[in-house]
Design a protein. Structure first.
Length: 202
């Protein structure tokens, strides 16, 4: 797995052409699997078309991320073979069917995706994610029903209460440690006790 950790993504410094263009703090597309996205902070200054983290693919570990002030905090989607990318997905399914023998053991999870996709009647199987311990404030999560069925999704916090953060007016989006304990957040969530602002960068 590749690890994407400790990224502070202030989306306010990136401007879309107009409201029809989405800006994602982190985007894991259909062709990506097995990524570790943990302990990131995604903040937007616009509620128009900004997401903290948008994930498709399969077998991602998405843990203890903080999203604030976006149209979506976490968007974990389940593609179908009837969407705009259908031709690519169909080609990928055909590749899985005819995968050369030397690659099959190394990429055994690909055959699982193919099997699940067939079982689901053409729904691209975004299987095997772990989506836990994430904190989204004024940025509601959008996690597909299929993802909830086929992945581990647990203990993700959503609210509109900005007071849980240390000092958002000055871009300190760490969670107050006493609030984290009170709300029973995962121990890995970034707080003012376990992480110093001197260690963070943009």
């Amino acid at each position: 797995m590749d690890r994407i950790e400790g990224l502070k993504s202030d989306i306010e410094f990136v401007t879309a052409l107009d409201d029809s263009y989405a800006i994602n703090g982190l985007y894991l597309d259909d062709w990506v699997s097995g990524q570790i996205a943990e302990n990131n902070i995604f903040v937007s200054n616009s509620k128009s078309a900004n997401n903290g983290l948008l994930a498709v693919g399969a077998f991602h570990s998405i843990k203890n991320n903080i999203s604030a002030n976006g149209v979506t905090g976490l968007a974990v989607s389940s593609r179908t073979t009837t969407v705009a990318s259908s031709s690519m997905l169909q080609e990928m399914m055909a590749f899985y069917d005819n995968m050369p023998e030397p690659f099959a053991p190394k990429y055994s999870h690909l055959s699982l995706i193919k099997t699940k996709t067939d079982e689901l009647g053409g729904i691209f199987a975004t299987v095997g994610h772990t989506v836990t311990g994430n904190v989204s404030v004024a940025a509601p999560n959008r996690i597909a029903d299929r993802v909830n069925e086929l992945s581990t999704v647990d203990n993700n916090y959503e609210s509109n209460d900005m007071s849980i953060f240390v000092d958002p007016e000055n871009h300190d989006w760490r969670v107050k440690a006493d609030v984290a304990r009170e709300l029973k957040f995962d121990e890995g969530v970034i707080t003012d006790e376990n992480f110093s602002m001197d260690e963070i960068g943009i």
